[in-house]
Design a protein around this ligand. Structure first.
Ligand code: BGC
Length: 717
C-alpha cells in the first residue's frame, strides 16, 4: 500500500516536472520580444480567433479586429486573399505596441483553389510522390493568398465508415497512413518555411479522433495504450518526424481524459518522447468543451488544465484570453509555462519569415499567377484518375469512344459534390465539367442507349465533420434506379461519388462495373471520363475495407486471428457470423485494372535453410516477378504483408510493410524486390519496449490483401 502511494506521488512529480517542455528560441528576436512583453501581450499570442468569413463551430466573438489592435489575438483563421490579409496584418504590425505579425491559418485539406480528390480518395492512389505534390501545389496557392498555416495533414486512422470524417483521412492502415502524412508535411513545408510558397503543416487530430464509439463524431474513444501506440499513433509520429511544426488536439477523450487536457499526449508523448519543437493548438472551442465533457468545472479551470497539459494556443474558446493572466497571477499556471508556449509560437512566426517581412505572403500579382494554373489543373486531373478504384468489371469498361451511351443518375450533372467537404477556397465555378459534360466531349450521348453510365452516391454534405451516418447504404431510390435499368436489359457501369466505404452488396450484384470515384475535385468530370474510356487505365487500390454490411464493422485487414479462427465451413464454434461471411465485400488493397497481372511465388534466395533466416541487424531480400498478362499497359501496386506467427503479444494476420507501384506494358514482366529488416518485424512487445522477437514469420505478396502468395522466413536475434 505504502509502496503504491510512493509510486503514485513519484508519478505525479514526474508529470508536473515535464510541464510545458522548454524550447530554445530559434531566433534572437524571439527572446528580445519575450523580454519586452507584458503578461497580457504574452497571453495574446496564445489566442487564435476566426474572422467572420467562415466558421466551423459557434463563433465566440465578432470583434476580432479590435482584439488584434489590443494585442489580445496573435493568430487568425478563415481569413485569406492577399488584399484582406494585408489589411489585417497592417493592423497587427502598425497599430499594436510591439507590432508582432499575425499568423493566418486555414483548412487547406485537399487543395486550396485547385481542389484535388478528398484525402481518402488520394490515399487510394498509393502514389506517395503525387500526394506530396498535391500538398505542394496547395501550399503554393494558399501562400499566395496570404496564408501561412494549414490544418493538415489529418492523420486519423479510422476503421469506422459511419464516421463522416473518414473521408478526410488516409484510410485504415498505419503504414500507408504514415507515408502519406509524412509526404503531405514535406509538400506543405518544403525545405524552408520562410519561402513564399511554403506553409506550416498542422498534424491533427491528436489523437485517435478516428476511433469514436459507434462512429458518432466527437464521441468517446477508449483503447489500450498498446493498440493506441501500435495502430493509431504512427501517422502522427511520421508527420512530426517529417518536420511538422504544429499539432492540433482532438475533440475526443482518451482513457477518460479529454485530449485538450492530456498531459500524457501533449507533454509526455509529443514534447518529451518525440522532442516536438513546434506548438500545439486546440481544436475549435475544444478547451471550453471540457466543461461539457465533465472534466473542467468552468472556463478558467479548462484554461488551467489545457495550458498545464501542454496546449499552447487556444482556437476560439477565448478561455486563454479571459483567464490566463489571472491564472498566472494566482500561480495556477507558472509564467515559465506561459513563456514556453509563447516562445514556441513566436519561433514559428520567425521561421515563417514573418518577423522579417510581415507582408511577404500578401502579393496580389503572385496570387493571380499561382492560382488555378493550367499545370495545377492538369495535375488535379491526373491525381483524380489515379485515386479512382475499379471495384468490379465484367468487361463493359473501358467504353469505346464514339459508341452511344446514356449518362444517368442524380449525380451525373453535379459539379458541387466533386469538391467534397473542407474544399478550401475551391469554387464550383472553377469546375469545368460534370461527368455528363465530360462524356459528351468524347462520344454521342443518348438517353435510349443500351449502355448506361449511372452516377450515384452520397451528396458531399453527408461526409466530413459532424456528418456521421447509421447507414452506409446508398439512398434506396438510387439502388432502385440501378435495378430498374438492369431489369430493362441495360448494361450499367456504375460510377460512385462518395466519401466513405459503402455497403455495396446489392449494387455489386446488379451493376456490370463499379468505379469508385470518391469526390474527385475540380477536374473530376474529365478524370472520370479518362478512366471510363481507358485514356487512364485504373490503378487505384482501396486504402480502406468495404464491408458487406454495417454489422461487420469494424472490419479491417490488420486483424488478429482469435483462438477460433473461421476455417471449417460447417463449424459452429468458430469466430464467424450466422448470416454473413467473415470476408469483406472488397478488401483493403483491392482494385482492378483493364489489364491483368500475374504474380510468381515470392522467393527469398541465398540461404541453405528450409526457411531462410533474418539475423540480428541483417537483411533478407524477397523477390517476386509480376507479369502484365493483358492487352494494355497498366500500373499495379505490388503489396507486401508480414505475419509474426508467435509473439509475446498476439500479432495481426497481415501487416502491410511495403509496396511498389510499377507500370508494365502488355507481356512485360518485372522482378520486384523488397528488403526485410528487423524494423519491419518490430512491435510493442509485452513489456512495451519496441523491437523484434525471434521466431517464424510469413511474408505475403500480391495485388490486394486478400490476393497474395506467401513465403516463410525466420528471425534470430
Ligand atoms: C475541425 C478541425 C478544423 C477546425 C478549424 C474544427 O471543427 O475539427 O479539423 O481544422 O475546425 O476549421
Amino acid at each position: 500500500m505504502r509502496k503504491a502511494l510512493v509510486l503514485a506521488v513519484m508519478a505525479l512529480a514526474v508529470a508536473s516536472c515535464c510541464g510545458n517542455k522548454a524550447v530554445k528560441s530559434t531566433d534572437p528576436r524571439v527572446d528580445e520580444l519575450l523580454k519586452k512583453m507584458t503578461l497580457e501581450e504574452k497571453v495574446g499570442q496564445t489566442v487564435l480567433f476566426t474572422s467572420d468569413w467562415t466558421v466551423t463551430g459557434p463563433s465566440m466573438r465578432s470583434g476580432y479586429l479590435e482584439d488584434i489592435k489590443a494585442g489580445r489575438c496573435g493568430a487568425l483563421l478563415n481569413a485569406y486573399t492577399a488584399d484582406f490579409t494585408r489589411e489585417v496584418q497592417r493592423v497587427a504590425v502598425e497599430e499594436t505596441r510591439l507590432g508582432i505579425p499575425i499568423l493566418f491559418g486555414y483548412d487547406v485539406i485537399h487543395g486550396f483553389r485547385t481542389i484535388f480528390p478528398i484525402n481518402l480518395g488520394m490515399s487510394c492512389s498509393w502514389d506517395i510522390p503525387a500526394i506530396e505534390e498535391s500538398a505542394r501545389i496547395a501550399a503554393e496557392e494558399a501562400a499566395a493568398a496570404g496564408l501561412q498555416w494549414t490544418y493538415s495533414p489529418m492523420c486519423d486512422i479510422s476503421v469506422e465508415p459511419r464516421w463522416g470524417r473518414i473521408s478526410e483521412g488516409s484510410g485504415e492502415d498505419p503504414y500507408l497512413g504514415s507515408l502519406i502524412s509524412a509526404a503531405m508535411t514535406r509538400g506543405y513545408q518544403g525545405d524552408d518555411l520562410s519561402k513564399d510558397n511554403t506553409i506550416l503543416a498542422c498534424v491533427k487530430h491528436f489523437a485517435a479522433y478516428g476511433a469514436p464509439q459507434a462512429g458518432r463524431d466527437y464521441n468517446t474513444v477508449d483503447m489500450s495504450e498498446r493498440w493506441f501506440r501500435e495502430f493509431y499513433l504512427p501517422p502522427y509520429k511520421a508527420a512530426i518526424d517529417a518536420g511538422a511544426l504544429s499539432v492540433m488536439a482532438s475533440f475526443n477523450e482518451l482513457d477518460g481524459v479529454p485530449a485538450h487536457a492530456s498531459n500524457h499526449l501533449m507533454n509526455e508523448i509529443l514534447k518529451n518522447e518525440w522532442g516536438f519543437q513546434g506548438f500545439v493548438v486546440s481544436d475549435y472551442t475544444g478547451i471550453n468543451e471540457m466543461i461539457m465533457h465533465g472534466y473542467a468545472a468552468d472556463e478558467s479551470h479548462a484554461a488551467e488544465l489545457s495550458m498545464n497539459a501542454g496546449l499552447d494556443m487556444d482556437m476560439m474558446s477565448a478561455a486563454y484570453m479571459n483567464h490566463l493572466t489571472d491564472l498566472v497571477k494566482s500561480g495556477k499556471v507558472s509564467e515559465k509555462t506561459l513563456d514556453n508556449a509563447v516562445r514556441r509560437i513566436l519561433n514559428i512566426k520567425a521561421a515563417l519569415g514573418l518577423l522579417d517581412d510581415p507582408y511577404k505572403y500578401c502579393d496580389t500579382e503572385r496570387e493571380k499567377e499561382r492560382t488555378l494554373t493550367p499545370e495545377n489543373k492538369a495535375f488535379a486531373r491526373q491525381i483524380a484518375a489515379e485515386s479512382m478504384v475499379l471495384l468490379k468489371n465484367n468487361g463493359v469498361l473501358p467504353l469505346k469512344k464514339g459508341e452511344k451511351v446514356a449518362v444517368l443518375g442524380p449525380m451525373a450533372t453535379t459539379k458541387d459534390d466533386f469538391l467534397g467537404s473542407w474544399r478550401g477556397a475551391g469554387q464550383v465555378e472553377s469546375v469545368p465539367a460534370s461527368i455528363e459534360d465530360a462524356i459528351k466531349e468524347v462520344t454521342p450521348v443518348a438517353a435510349s442507349a443500351s449502355k448506361v453510365v449511372l452516377v450515384l452516391g452520397e451528396p458531399w454534405s453527408w461526409t466530413g465533420e459532424a456528418a456521421s451516418r447509421t447507414s452506409i447504404n446508398l439512398p434506396k431510390e438510387q439502388t432502385e434506379l440501378l435495378k430498374s435499368l438492369k431489369k430493362q436489359g441495360k448494361t450499367v457501369a456504375l460510377v460512385l461519388l462518395n466519401g466513405r466505404p459503402l455497403d455495396l452488396s446489392e449494387e455489386s450484384e446488379w451493376a456490370d462495373a463499379i468505379l469508385e470515384a470518391w469526390y474527385p475535385g475540380t477536374m473530376g468530370g474529365y478524370a472520370v471520363a479518362d478512366v471510363l474510356f481507358g485514356d487512364y487505365n485504373p490503378s487505384g487500390k482501396l486504402s480502406v475495407t468495404f464491408p458487406r454490411n454495417l454489422g461487420q464493422v469494424p472490419i479491417y485487414h490488420y486483424a488478429k486471428n482469435t483462438g477460433r479462427p473461421y476455417i471449417h465451413p460447417d463449424a459452429k464454434y468458430e469466430s464467424r457470423y450466422l448470416d454473413c461471411p467473415n470476408e469483406p465485400l472488397y478488401a483493403f488493397g483491392h482494385g482492378l485494372s483493364y489489364t491483368t497481372f500475374e504474380y510468381s511465388n515470392p522467393v527469398i534466395p541465398g540461404t541453405d535453410r528450409e526457411s531462410p533466416m533474418l539475423k540480428g541487424d541483417g537483411t533478407l531480400t524477397v523477390k517476386v516477378t509480376v507479369t502484365n498478362t493483358g492487352k494494355v499497359a497498366g500500373t499495379e501496386t505490388v503489396q507486401l504483408y508480414i505475419r509474426d506467427l508467435v509473439g509475446s503479444v498476439t500479432r495481426p494476420v497481415k501487416q502491410l510493410k511495403g509496396f511498389e507501384r510499377i507500370t508494365l506494358q502488355p507481356g512485360e514482366c518485372r522482378e520486384v524486390s523488397f528488403t526485410i529488416d528487423k524494423e519491419m518485424i518490430s512491435f510493442y512487445r509485452q513489456d512495451m519496449t519496441w523491437g523484434p522477437e525471434a521466431g517464424d514469420f510469413k511474408v505475403f505478396i500480391g495485388g490486394a490483401s486478400d490476393n497474395v502468395k506467401e513465403a516463410s522466413f525466420g528471425y534470430e536475434i
